[in-house]
Structure formats: C-alpha cells, structure tokens
Ligand binder design. Structure first.
Ligand code: GLY
Length: 382
C-alpha cells in the first residue's frame, strides 16, 4: 500500500488547493513584514535580505495583485485588508508618463481590486492610468513607446508592452472611450508585423525610426543575444496575444498566440518539467538557471488559450502542459516552505541575467502569474 500511494501522482485538484493555501500563508506573512513601512512594496529576497520597491517600479502592482487573487479565492478579511493597503501604495503611479509599465503596475493592483470590489475610486485610478499610458503612443509609428530614447534606440518597444494593453482595453470598454481600444489594437497590430521572426519566436526590443515609422534596430536587453529567444519575452508574447484575442475577437491575434505556443511547446530546449531556462538559447543548457516566472506566465496563458482554440487536440495539449507546469511549480523545488524565501511564494526566477541582476531569486511577478494560473485551473476543474 505504501508503495502504491508513493507512486501515485497527487491529484491536480489537491496540487492546486495546496498551492493556494501555501500562497495565502506566505503572502499574509510577507504583507505583515512590510505593513508598517509606508509606501513600500516587496520586490525580491536575496542573501537573506528582503528587497523592496516603491510605486515607481514596474513590479509595484504584482504583490497587491497576488493579494487580490487570494482574496478572490477564499474571501479572507485579513487578505482583503492587506490587498487594500498595498494597492493604495501604488496609486501615485497613475500620473507617470515616463514608462509603459502602467498596465502591470495599475491593472494587476487596481484592476483586480475593482473587479472584486467595484470600488469607484479604483476605476478613477485606472482611467487616469490609461490617460497617462496613452501619452506614450505615436500615431506615425503605431506603438506605445516602452522606454525613452537613448543613444542606442530612438523609439524602443519591448515585447513586454503587449501586457499593458489590457488596462487600455478595460478602460475603453468601461468608459466608452474608443480611442484607448484603438491604441491597444494598433500597438498589437504593429507588434505582430515587426516583433516576430519567421519561426514565431520574438525579439525583445524593436526600436523604431520616428520619421519613417519603420524599425531601425531589432535587439535584446534581457536575453542572451539579439538573435536568441529570451524565455520571459516569449511568455509575454503568448499571454499578450491570447489576452488581445479575448478583448477583440481578432482571429489574427488568436492565430499568433497559437503560433507562439507551438514554438515554445515544441522547442527542443524546453525541459520535461516545462519550466524554461531563462533563455532558450542560453549557452550552457542544461547548466543554466530556470525562470519560474516564464513558466508561470506561460501556464496561465495556456489555460486561457486552451479555452479559445477550436481544436480539441490543441486545447488538451495546452491544458496538459499548463498542468505539468503547475505541478512542477508546486513541488518542493519551486514552491517555498512557509516563512522561508522571504515570504515569496516561488523560488528560482531570473530578472536580468546579462546584468547579473535578480538571478535565481523569488520575484513578485512569478508569484502573481502562478496564483493566477492556479485560480484558472481551479475554475476549469469546477
Ligand atoms: N518587463 C520586464 C521583465 O519582464 O523583466
């Protein structure tokens, strides 16, 4: 009997529940650690030290977002109190016009908060955020500028920017302001045209010439090389086009999401446990760090994409890979034991390997998409 029970896989419903329970315990612990530090949000944990950030960081919205998802799961008053507290700490980001990351910062926090509470103030914050983000759109180029120009790049746009379109689409629908949707759609169309290679992998950075409106550079910032396949970039692309299909029903976005999924899932360097190395072309695979954040984003995106494809075989493939990813991320290798890992949920993510920054550490965005994927899987099981 012992042999049989050890050999049997834990049912996925149990994996999901265990993952959510541990995530709640960890997040309450982490929220308590920083509760009295005004304006501070968690970032990572390295060398036994909790690293934090303020509202200006691109990661500011993820921890509040984790708390909202956990509140959605079990309606705990304590979690809601913390979700409100940490969401408020991000509010000042709403008037920032020097970054494209406002979707990450505000939609994960205020967007989830509004979805779950209908607090009208949260909607006001999202509207202001959409206004601020749209100031970075240039009609001639047809994309939102990610970073300001520098000596190397005139008008840099990173694939990550697809993720910021969800807030624009939401505000467009909520307030009948079509121009936000037009900006989101135009950005997605232009990105589809220029960001992808013939094999459907994507570049990280495309810089556009503001006079011709055409790309003048196709490079990387966080990947191994300009021509390599940075794992999180592929994850943002997959998630971004799946989400834009949901928002627009444009079949071209669905087809692109399917193309990206095909590239990722059939890549010879995707490990058996389905958590990618930080770059699919990293030179020392298999001795390269994995990126749990990329695994979590891909899992969440696949669970959504599986609902849209009109092909049973593909849908099952997406669900089965996502299930494997959730199993791996919920194993001792990735899921931290309560009150370890600085209170973060997952271990082993990679922020920026070329700059040796945040390598093999916990990251709030890995936690956010892991919890989102667990909830998506739970809903599927129900
Ligand atoms: N958006 C920045 C990153 O994915 O690291």
């Amino acid at each position: 009997l012992l042999f049989i029970s050890c050999d049997k896989k834990e049912p996925l419903s149990k994996v999901v529940q265990r993952g959510l329970d541990i995530s709640a315990r960890q997040s309450i612990y982490l929220a308590g650690e920083l509760e009295n530090q005004m304006e501070i949000l968690p970032r990572t944990y390295a060398n036994n030290e909790l690293k934090t950030a303020g509202y200006k960081s691109w990661i500011s919205g993820f921890f509040p977002g984790v708390l909202w998802y956990l509140y959605e799961n079990d309606s705990l008053t304590e979690i809601r109190k913390y979700a409100e507290l940490y969401t408020a700490r991000v509010e000042k980001a709403k008037t920032m016009t020097n970054t494209h990351d406002l979707g990450f910062m505000l939609y994960c926090s205020f967007g989830n908060g509004y979805r779950l509470t209908s607090n009208p103030h949260y909607l006001e914050v999202l509207k202001t955020g959409a206004e601020s983000l749209s100031t970075r759109f240039n009609e001639k180029v047809g994309v939102i500028k990610s970073w300001n120009s520098n000596g190397k790049w005139q008008y840099p746009v990173i694939i990550d920017n697809m993720m910021n379109l969800e807030m624009l689409s939401f505000v467009a629908k909520e307030t009948n302001q079509e121009h936000f949707m037009d900006i989101a759609n135009t950005h997605a169309r232009t990105t589809l045209l220029h960001h992808f290679r013939p094999d459907n992998s994507c570049y990280h950075v495309i810089s556009y010439d503001t006079i011709t409106g055409k790309p003048h550079a196709k490079q990387t910032h966080q990947g191994y090389s300009d021509s390599s396949v940075w794992a999180r970039g592929q994850a943002w692309a997959l998630y971004g086009y799946t989400m834009m299909y949901r928002e627009t029903q444009n079949e071209k976005y669905l087809q692109q999401a399917i193309n990206i999924a095909k590239f990722i899932l059939h890549h010879p360097n995707l490990p058996e446990d389905k958590i990618p190395y930080w770059d699919f072309d990293a030179p020392n695979i298999p001795d390269e760090p994995r990126d749990a954040s990329a695994g979590a984003i891909i899992a969440s995106a696949l669970l959504e994409l599986g609902q849209y494809v009109n092909d049973d075989k593909l849908s099952k493939e997406y669900q089965s890979v996502a299930a494997q990813q959730l199993r791996t991320l919920s194993s001792d290798e990735y899921l931290a034991a309560p009150q370890t890992n600085g209170g973060f949920i997952l271990k082993h993510s990679v922020g920026n390997k070329p700059r040796n920054s945040e390598v093999d550490v916990p990251l709030t965005y890995a936690d956010y998409y892991y919890v989102e994927a667990l909830l998506r899987y739970k809903k599927l099981l129900q």
